[in-house]
Design a protein around this ligand. Sequence first.
Ligand SMILES: NC(=O)c1ccc[n+]([C@@H]2O[C@H](COP(=O)([O-])OP(=O)(O)OC[C@H]3O[C@@H](n4cnc5c(N)ncnc54)[C@H](OP(=O)(O)O)[C@@H]3O)[C@@H](O)[C@H]2O)c1
Length: 313
Amino acid sequence: MTRSRPPAGGATGSLVLVARAYGGPEQQALVERDVTAPGPGEVLVRVRAAAVNPADVKRREGLFGTTRTPPVPLGLELSGVVEALGPDVTDLDVGDGVVGSPRPGAGAFAEHTLVRRRDVVPKPAALPHDVAATLPIAGTAAWDAFHQVDPGPGRTLLVVGVGGGVGDLVAQLAVAAGTRVVGTGSESKRARAESLGVTFVTSGPAALAAVRAAGPVDAVLDLAGGEALRSLVEVVADRASVVSAADPTAAVALGGRALVRGPDVLADVVAAAAEGRLCPNVTATYPLTRAAEALAQVEGRHAAGKVVVLPGA
Ligand SMILES: NC(=O)c1ccc[n+]([C@@H]2O[C@H](COP(=O)([O-])OP(=O)(O)OC[C@H]3O[C@@H](n4cnc5c(N)ncnc54)[C@H](OP(=O)(O)O)[C@@H]3O)[C@@H](O)[C@H]2O)c1
């Protein structure tokens, strides 16, 4: 990753991580950009924390489309402090904490970014920024996934990839609702999963037999995709009870369903976290100058819980 400045004569800048072109991690660069005044319906936020998602890597690679002309700012979920308000935003004050997503194309791995007022909710004071930043994407995805796939109290949900950002939160929601959870992941994920009440199975060729040995499975949530999904769908009789967030095309081909994102649930998810009903597992934090390392950790596909970038740290 490089750090570059705008051409001579550029205004004072604020750092943001961008993809200079669609492609691999070598395209990432920390650059300066002008701090822009918020327009109607917008808020300027000083970012205190921004969490990393597999979607950041997919966006950088152009898997979500390449219509936006690079440089493409990266980062999709954040927590921060209001620094300026658009002319028509009257229900927030400068200095308020907010949690949500940046305006499309604005990026969250940044010292400052613009958000649309409708895309953020107030951050409860008791919720630390690093924890709050994990909720707009991973938290709401876990919420939606749980409500889409939950087989109900006393029944069994298999979570493929239980140790990651979404899986950890789904396990918490399911166990709290009385659903029995079996989860797969690499052995390093066992202790955390078991502490949540998950029956843990090490991923790999022996996983299918081990899941079967753990008892009947009523529904599957796939957060890993590929071969892990293809081999483990065998555990359910009804393929319609399989939902995938990681590999929706494969899931549909196998008779299952893609994760469906519902109406906005961020306020509910933030309230659950503030009340301690949902406890995101932040396992690593990096200053903005080391954001590339944070993305590399998630790009390696074996991250534990949530990796968070802390601008200003
Ligand atoms: N549609 C949406 O709105 C939406 C929103 C959020 C996430 N997603 C997608 O959902 C997926 C999961 O997201 P995430 O944020 O939880 O990702 P993550 O934090 O990277 O977690 C994925 C987990 O899967 C585990 N894993 C990898 N290969 C596995 C295998 N063969 N068997 C079992 N576990 C395996 C990984 O580590 P170990 O192998 O070391 O256990 C990792 O813990 C991603 O594909 C993401 O893009 C979609």
